[in-house]
Design a protein around this ligand. Structure first.
Ligand SMILES: Cc1ncc(COP(=O)(O)O)c(C=O)c1O
Length: 398
């Protein structure tokens, strides 16, 4: 396998589908919050696989779990009971509002499952005309047709019509708009407690509680998409804990198995029972390999108190970013280590300049630089990252 950067980039150009606007670097190794490319250049990784690598790269507990399970059993089938799947479900249930878990392979699949559960629950409870799902402008729920239909963004939906019917879009944070949109046809509200892709938009206080009240009043399900915000990212195990509001259903993926593809939908018993044999499933979902790594991720996260650490280091990161004090920074917002820096200029050029200085960050919308570093990041890493951002913004023009 060639490791020569120039050849790899040429082959990428020739052989890969053109759906990603990728940066011209090939990452081959990682440790903690650092990664190295094919030229041996080191980067401070404040992307962390977009909120996936919560435990950092090459965490010994994860490496150990992978090694051990690789020689035991990778995959069987959901035709049989899978001990590690049962254990991971138990962990998720014991540490959340939920009673049951279903496993799939990605965030978008977790949201597909939640959309299907909402409609099936309505049908099972005698309201088969209750098919509408209300979602928020600025949301991102995934790329498959159901999740895409729940993602009201022309950038993602363009060219893929007709979308799935039955989705209503309202502005994020606007309870009155939700109230107006709700009626006897509403099956569920699907919302991210903090919109990640949409610009690190934090739910205003009272918003999630208001959605809870509206769902209870109208007999609709409240679904939180915690694909990005879950697993300690925001300073709590689940972001909704910041507001003390529990949903009926929650979707997870990203950090759940430290980069081994996995997704999950967890739900309360009263609606979970809508999913019966034959109504939903997946070949790979919850296989021995992914769920064993999921258990190692979850237990290590709790042992190392990573949610608390994310809260502490995220507060430090946001304070340091605010202290840069340049007019280029309009606002620094977020929770824990899900941080957005709202700029007076396009974020893309800033991301590129940071990369050239050895810092990986990403965008969220046109003018927001997003940071989702591993939760094991050190204070010194934060200092270095902030220094690079300061240097880049001082040099760049709006
Ligand atoms: C909130 C949210 N939901 C769903 C998804 C889709 O997840 P996946 O890319 O694993 O399908 C993402 C991905 O960024 C996300 O941030």
């Amino acid at each position: 396998m060639s490791q020569d950067t120039k050849t790899l980039l040429e082959w990428a150009d020739r052989y890969l589908m053109t759906n990603y606007a990728r940066a011209p670097l090939c990452l081959v190794r990682g440790e903690g919050a650092r990664v190295w490319d094919t030229d041996g250049k080191e980067y401070l990784d404040f992307v962390g696989g977009i909120a996936v690598d919560a435990l950092g790269h090459s965490h010994p507990k994860i490496v150990g779990a992978i090694r051990e399970q690789a020689t035991a059993l990778l995959h069987v089938s959901n035709l049989y009971q899978i001990p590690s799947q049962i254990h991971l479900a138990k962990l998720l249930v014991e540490h959340s509002f939920a009673d049951r878990a279903f496993f799939c392979n990605s965030g978008t699949e977790a949201n597909e499952a939640a959309i299907k559960l909402a409609r099936k629950h309505a049908t099972d409870t005698g309201s088969s005309d209750r098919t509408d799902i209300i979602t928020m402008r600025g949301a991102f729920h995934g790329r498959t047709m159901g999740a895409l239909s729940a993602t009201p963004n022309e950038k993602y939906q363009h060219g893929f019509h007709p979308l799935l019917p039955g989705f209503k879009y309202v502005p994020f944070g606007d309870l009155t708009a939700v109230e107006r949109a709700m009626d006897g046809r509403t099956a569920a509200i699907l919302v991210e407690p903090i919109q990640g892709e949409g610009g690190v938009n934090v739910a205003p206080d009272g918003y999630l509680a208001g959605l809870r009240r509206l769902c209870d009043h109208h007999g609709a399900l409240l679904i939180f998409d915690e694909v990005q915000t879950g697993m300690g990212r925001t300073g709590r195990l689940w972001a909704h804990e910041h507001w003390g509001v529990a949903p009926d259903v929650m979707t997870l993926a990203k950090a759940l198995a430290s980069g081994i593809p996995i997704g999950a939908m967890v739900a309360k018993e009263f609606c979970a029972r809508a999913i019966v044999p034959g109504s939903h499933g997946t070949t790979f979902g919850g296989n021995p390999f992914a769920t064993t790594v999921g258990i190692a991720t979850f237990t290590t996260m709790l042992e190392e108190k990573l949610p608390e650490r994310a809260g502490r280091l995220g507060g430090y990161l946001m304070d340091r970013l605010r202290s840069i004090g340049l007019p280029a920074i309009k606002e620094v917002r977020g929770k824990g280590l899900l941080v957005g820096v709202d700029l007076d200029r396009p974020a893309n050029a800033v991301v590129t300049a940071c990369r050239e200085q050895g810092l990986l960050v990403l965008t969220a919308g046109d003018a927001i630089v997003r940071m989702t570093p591993p939760l094991v990041v050190e204070e010194a890493d934060v200092d270095r990252a902030v220094e690079i951002v300061r240097t880049v913004l001082t040099r760049s023009a709006p």
